[in-house]
Design a protein around this ligand. Structure first.
Ligand code: NAP
Length: 261
């Protein structure tokens, strides 16, 4: 018996086979979850439908998290397939591309700060707000964060500030929804080459740096993250909420080069 058998899970944020959400969907499918997927742009609809088919799902729904009406429409439509469900994967972030290159103070603008926080942090609680009444006991809400929330990563800039807000969101949401038996967590993932990540200046060098400086001397894969996401969304993790779990091959624990002599 697989550990997600009987669980119905909504997965956002698949843009390609490189997406972290794609790795999560695959791991959850292996563990017997019934999945529904979302896409933002119509141009991705057919691609996401193809992915859904591979995952034995035909539930593919549009959602642009920058608009409440789109989030509300998503859950109204989802209700037709899943009157209630057991988990949400929020694997969404956005910052205007000019924000991920250069000096933070000189680059950030009021508009970019608002947009980045709106889509990358607020949207998680917005989704929770509008699906709360549909969530079964022992449901799990899970989002994706990055070490840039806690420490300075050059060029990550306003996205790091938004990830800090997202991680605080996780704690407040966990407290709010805990009495209903709903858990809320984040995975702080190590860097992975995806469409979103390719917008960060010097991302390739970041990967090499992480490979050299992490205790395991490698970077993480979407399978590594998918497996932890599947566990966190299952009843095996019923005692974990409000937490940020690192899946980064241990990079976050290092203060000096691993082979420093
Ligand atoms: P990705 O494949 O590009 O996924 C990002 C997703 O966000 C895309 O599906 C994108 O849709 C979606 N999105 C952006 N704005 C949206 C909106 N307004 N409404 C709905 N969806 C929207 O990149 P990824 O790296 O897997 O990113 C997933 C999550 O992991 C993000 O939160 C990211 O910050 C986090 N993360 C990534 C890394 C990394 O190194 N890759 C490390 C730690 C954490 P469109 O493509 O249609 O715009």
């Amino acid at each position: 018996m697989c550990f997600l058998s009987g669980k119905r899970i909504l997965i956002t944020g698949i843009a390609s086979k490189l997406s972290i959400a794609y790795g999560i969907a695959q791991a959850m499918h292996k563990q017997g979850a019934e999945l529904a997927l979302t896409y933002q742009h119509d141009r991705l609809k057919n691609r996401i439908k193809k992915f859904a088919k591979e995952l034995d799902s035909d539930i593919v729904l549009p959602c642009d998290v920058s608009e409440d009406k789109s989030i509300i429409a998503l859950f109204n439509e989802l209700k037709k397939f899943f009157p209630t469900f057991d988990g949400l994967i929020h694997s969404i972030a956005f910052a205007p591309s000019d924000q991920l290159d250069g000096d933070y103070v000189n680059t950030v603008t009021r508009q970019a700060f608002q947009t980045t926080h709106d889509i990358s942090a607020y949207s998680f609680v917005a989704m929770a707000k509008y699906c709360r009444s549909m969530l079964n006991r022992n449901s799990s809400l899970l989002t994706l964060s990055y070490l840039g929330a806690e420490r300075v990563i050059p060029h990550y800039n306003v996205m790091g500030v938004a990830k800090a807000s997202l991680e605080a969101n996780v704690r407040y949401m966990a407290n709010s929804m805990g009495p209903e038996g709903i858990r809320v967590n984040a995975i702080s993932a190590g860097p992975i080459r995806t469409l979103a990540a390719s917008g960060i200046k010097n991302f390739r060098q970041m990967l090499v740096y992480c490979e050299n400086f992490s205790p395991m001397r490698r970077t993480v894969t979407i399978e590594d993250i998918g497996n932890v996401a599947a566990f966190l969304s299952s009843n095996l993790a019923n005692g974990i909420t409000g937490d940020v779990i690192y899946v980064d091959c241990g990079f976050n624990i290092m203060a000096m080069k691993p082979d420093f002599k």
